[in-house]
Design a protein around this ligand. Structure first.
Ligand SMILES: Nc1ncnc2c1ncn2[C@@H]1O[C@H](COP(=O)(O)OP(=O)(O)OP(=O)(O)O)[C@@H](O)[C@H]1O
Length: 257
């Protein structure tokens, strides 16, 4: 398997007036082509910072990141990002928000209309295409952001809590949607989440971070086969992974608190 993302010795220090924060300390991580990797860890352990550095939105204090064989020195079309705070264009309708990246890629008007329509339907927003973000709930905005990320079909998708604003039922349906899309047309996905079940259900590998400073504590290889769905959560293998991951995170949380 080829390497898609290579994080080498990445450290990040935020310099602030009152206190400096060592957010990440010598992170080494390789994500192979078409792998789905989840990152779990207690609040403040540096998950978002790591994703932002890979996305090129933040620079590492030390170390380097390569993505698709290129040094990361800023955002790029090879990496699609879906972040917690939706980052939709407020002056564009749902349809236009989803079409935006497709337009940048030079896809024809007719084709991008069709692709955006497809993803509007997949995320359950049919009928809302002509509304503006301000007229949508947080969960609906998050689904638009996810549809936009998926519609662009980048080589690498970076997801930061993509389902954080959704109710449990919608969240489970969106997890299955992402799983189906990834199974049908695999791509490299790196996803930050707080949800242990979500991390295990979706990924081939779960990276568990420790905090202050953020380091990689453990990488769990998840062997649940490729056909996963709602029932997978009930299997003994799944519950075993859940127990291991929960114990590791709990020991970190207790340390921090
Ligand atoms: N721009 C910034 N300036 C200063 N400190 C920052 C900045 N961004 C993050 N930090 C600090 O870096 C550390 C890691 O933050 P980060 O947001 O990456 O954690 P996280 O694991 O994603 O947290 P959460 O799960 O709560 O979203 C925290 O201590 C945070 O306060």
């Amino acid at each position: 398997m080829e390497e898609s993302i290579i994080v080498s010795n990445v450290s990040k220090r935020f310099e602030a007036k009152k206190e400096n924060v060592q957010a990440l300390d010598k992170i080494n991580l390789t994500v192979h082509d078409k792998e789905f990797v989840s990152i779990l860890g207690t609040s403040g352990c540096g998950k978002s910072t790591l994703l932002r550095i890979i996305g090129g939105l933040e620079t590492a204090t030390e170390g380097s990141v390569r993505c698709q064989d290129r040094e990361v020195d800023g955002p790029g079309a090879d990496r699609g990002m879906v972040f917690q705070h939706y980052s939709l264009f407020p002056w564009m309708t749902v349809q236009k928000n989803i079409e935006f990246g497709l337009k940048q890629k030079g896809i024809t008007k007719h084709e991008r209309y069709k692709i955006a329509k497809k993803y509007v339907g997949l995320v359950g927003l049919k009928g809302f295409e002509n509304l503006y973000p301000k007229n949508l709930s947080g969960g609906m905005q998050q689904r638009v952001a996810l549809a936009r990320g998926l519609a662009n079909d980048p080589e690498v998708l970076l997801l930061d809590e993509p389902f954080g604003a959704l109710d449990m039922q919608t969240r489970e349906v969106m997890q299955e949607l992402l799983l189906n899309i990834w199974q049908e047309s695999p791509k490299t996905i790196l996803m930050v989440t707080h949800d242990v079940e979500e991390a295990i259900l979706l990924a081939n590998k779960v990276v568990i971070m420790s905090s202050h400073p953020g380091k990689i504590k453990k990488i769990l290889n998840i062997d649940l086969g490729s056909k996963r769905g709602f029932e997978t959560r009930l299997t003994s293998e799944f519950l075993n992974y859940k127990r291991i991951a929960s114990e590791l995170i709990r020991s970190e949380t207790l340390k921090v608190l």
